[in-house]
Design a protein around this ligand. Structure first.
Ligand code: SAH
Ligand code: SF4
Length: 427
């Protein structure tokens, strides 16, 4: 793959290389392993720090490679701890990533609960996206370019390093940021492999979830690669009529074609395919929709993640009523389908993809006019949130209500008290 270079910059992104590729570039090849360890295990940000490498090698490396594909230009922390980052790439384009910390509860044989800090990093795979989904802000500008594998890896590396997340701490990766991962399969599959390297971050593919809007033939291709990654399908509608309206890709691969591709996808027997279902007020939030969804999933090892539509400026859709979300979830759970409601990670940071980027760009413009776009849009978001205020309050914050509800079964057997915040897998 061609690695984008800035004008006059001949350097290559070292994060674009698998261990094998780097070995091929270096002599003796064992230097590659040392370099990988410096970057991914010891958080080196420059070749100078790689003290067990000969000085001339360090000098040569610095003349050929760089290690910092991203510069953080802005970040926002939500009250619940998630942090959204806006990164600038070498060519000045911008992408978003999110760090989602969460507490995972585990009960041992004596019934004692222990809590572990868990992290999920949500990464972008493209600058923009060409899929044109009607509800998505990233869709607005179309596709600008694919990210390279190193630019994807760089998001996780940067976030892990800057947040001082210990090397041994397991993290999950979800390809659910900006862009359609299966429209950039070459970089995404390579990123999966680089992240998996034992001498690198050693993130098992079973902790990596690729989310797609449903590119049937690409799902099959990904399946054939047999990387061991988990699959998430953004379904969002149960009829082809509505799905085609929301997601133009449905005209090329309709619901049946997507289900067909999912049926052929290799998954670990202990795992399930995640179906993401964006719930939009009055469009796809009825009990009839839940019933139809259940029928569609018949025979598939599936779990469902319901997502509140997150309104953004100019969007024609509305956030659903919490009572409809609960009704939808209860129906699926009662019929044996594991169903979680994604905790809306902070309307205060405009959670859905593309929104920080858009606000930041708007900021640049309105700052010239003396207006603070940040304040305006977060006030608007709060105003909107207020109109959809849930009626039950459990965890204290409006958008966290459905997080803990011990009385609700979330699956046929298990009923974890804490529901998944994202599509991250629990192991
Ligand atoms: N292109 C891939 C992955 C990135 S989109 C895909 O579509 O699956 C990441 C997720 O954000 C998708 O599930 C998408 O449905 C969701 N999303 C997009 N716009 C949203 C919004 N306004 N509110 C809530 N979720 C949104
Ligand atoms: Fe692209 Fe996913 Fe947004 Fe659709 S939802 S436009 S596929 S990023």
């Amino acid at each position: 793959r061609k690695i984008p270079k800035t004008k006059g910059n001949h350097l290559k992104n070292l994060l674009d290389f698998t261990l094998k590729e780097l070995k091929e570039q270096l002599s003796p090849p064992f230097r590659a392993k040392q370099i990988f360890e410096w970057i991914y295990k010891k958080n080196a940000t420059g070749f100078d720090e790689m003290l067990n490498l000969p000085k001339d090698l360090r000098t040569n490396l610095a003349q050929e490679f760089y290690l910092d594909p991203l510069k953080c230009v802005k970040f926002e922390q939500s009250a619940d701890g998630s942090i959204k980052y806006l990164f600038e790439l070498k060519d000045g384009l911008r992408i978003e990533s999110v760090l989602l910390p969460m507490k995972e509860e585990q009960t041992n044989e004596q019934g004692k609960i222990s809590r572990h800090a868990r992290y999920t990093v949500c990464v972008s795979s493209q600058v923009g996206c060409k899929m044109g989904c009607a509800f998505c802000l990233t869709a607005k500008g179309g596709l600008v370019r694919n990210l390279t594998a190193g630019e994807i890896v760089g998001q996780i590396l940067w976030i892990k390093r800057e947040n001082k997340i210990p090397y041994e701490r397991r993290i999950n990766v979800v390809y659910m940021g900006m862009g359609e991962p299966l429209d950039n399969l070459a970089s995404v599959s390579k990123a999966v492999k680089i992240l998996t390297e034992n001498d690198g971050l050693a993130i098992s593919p079973r902790r990596q979830t690729v989310s797609t809007s449903g590119l049937g033939s690409q799902i099959k291709k990904l399946g054939k690669m047999d990387l061991g990654v988990l699959l998430a399908i953004s379904l969002h509608a149960v009829t082809d009529e509505l799905r085609s309206r929301l997601m133009p890709i449905n005209k090329a691969y309709n619901i049946e074609a997507v289900m067909d591709a999912v049926r052929g996808f290799p998954i670990d027997m202990r795992k399930r395919v995640m179906f993401e279902y964006l719930v939009i007020r009055g469009l796809n939030d009825s009990l009839a929709d839940a019933k139809k969804l259940m029928r569609l999933l018949h025979g598939i090892r599936a779990k469902v993640n319901l997502i509140y539509f997150n309104p953004h400026e100019g969007s024609e859709f509305g956030r659903p009523e919490p009572s409809n979300m609960v009704q939808f979830q209860d129906y699926l759970c009662a019929h044996g389908i594991t169903c979680t409601i994604r905790q809306s990670k902070g309307l205060d940071i405009s959670a859905a993809c593309g929104q920080l980027k858009q606000r930041n760009e708007k900021n640049k413009i309105s700052a010239q006019n003396g207006i603070d776009a940040d304040k305006i849009s977060s006030a608007k978001a709060r105003e909107r949130a207020g109109t959809n205020e849930p009626t039950i309050k459990i965890s204290g914050r409006k958008d966290q209500v459905l997080l803990t509800n011990p009385s609700r079964k979330t699956g046929p057997k298990s009923a974890p008290a804490t529901q998944n915040l994202t599509n991250a897998e629990k192991k």
